[in-house]
Design a protein around this ligand. Structure first.
Ligand SMILES: [Zn+2]
Length: 280
């Protein structure tokens, strides 16, 4: 019996040792599995997530800080529609920007699909006369209003309907010497008809090569002009900026992505002229 008991004790001890070893092996396996399999795989993911969240956290305050200095800009493109207009619309889309297009009625008749695209892609179509011919536009206030009626017909044909608020820009601007004799009467009649007229207070000088005294290449001169004129508003965050471009100028199309990127970084929001404070 004692031998048997001893054998039984021996077996029990062996079983116990085996159990302990098995337990130890299980724990060791789990630890190894976690440290070799789990941790290294998880660590980079966590690091990546941490880096992302750190960089998001670093960017967030800048983005969040922007509303405090948010400013309004009304981008305007004159003299189209033209072959560059679809590309301008693409670039605006890429940056979530919108613009007002002061179109010439005769070009709306020539490129009705581009005019329709301006509207269908969330931009505002506006009136920049029918002929853009100074001698015709400013022959009299009646002549100007007649150009406006012709523009309306062209825009309606191309787009199906007219914008609720019709913005008008004088060819050459309201202070052009060509309009001097009739501009006051034209302004009064525009407003009396429920429309509104707009000049601009900044631009990239894409139609004003006289200012390019250093004979810079177009893109450089336009970009320099952009930086100069936008800089005028650095200390005037409440002044709405109405920025003049011409979609007919290829140099403007080329600098547009850089301009939009810079405006966004400066905290500008892109608005359409039908929401300009001038409407009251
Ligand atoms: Zn023009």
């Amino acid at each position: 019996m004692s031998e048997k008991t001893s054998e039984q004790n021996n077996s029990a001890l062996k079983l116990l040792l085996l159990g302990v070893w098995a337990l130890y092996a299980l724990i060791a396996f789990c630890v190894n599995h976690t440290s070799e399999g789990g941790t290294p795989a998880a660590a980079p993911a966590e690091e990546t997530a941490a880096v992302t969240s750190v960089s998001a956290a670093e960017t967030a305050p800048q983005t969040a800080a922007q509303p405090a200095v948010l400013r309004d800009i009304y981008l305007t493109f004159d003299d189209g529609p033209c072959k560059n207009t679809p590309q301008v619309l693409d670039i605006l889309d890429n940056y979530g920007a919108r613009a007002t297009f002061f179109t010439v009625g005769s070009f709306v008749d020539r490129y009705p699909e581009y005019a329709a695209d301006i509207v269908n892609r969330g931009n505002l179509i506006a009136c920049h006369s029918y002929t853009h011919d100074m001698s015709k536009c400013y022959a009299s206030a009646d002549a100007f209003m007649n150009e406006l009626a012709q523009w309306r017909q062209a825009a309606q044909n191309a787009c199906g309907e007219l914008p609720e608020r019709l913005c008008v820009r004088f060819p050459g601007g309201s202070t052009t010497k060509h309009a001097a004799a009739v501009s006051e009467e034209i302004k009064q009649r525009i407003v009396a008809e429920g429309y509104q007229w707009f000049d601009w207070n900044a631009g990239d000088n894409d139609k004003w090569q006289k200012g390019n005294t250093d004979q810079l290449p177009d893109e450089e001169y336009f970009m320099k002009s952009y930086r100069e004129t936008i800089g005028w508003f650095d200390d005037e965050p409440d002044t709405p900026v109405v920025f003049l471009f011409h979609d007919t100028e290829e140099g403007t199309v080329r600098i547009l992505p850089a301009v939009l990127q810079d405006l966004i970084a400066r905290g500008y929001r892109f608005k359409l002229l039908d929401s300009h404070p001038k409407w009251g």
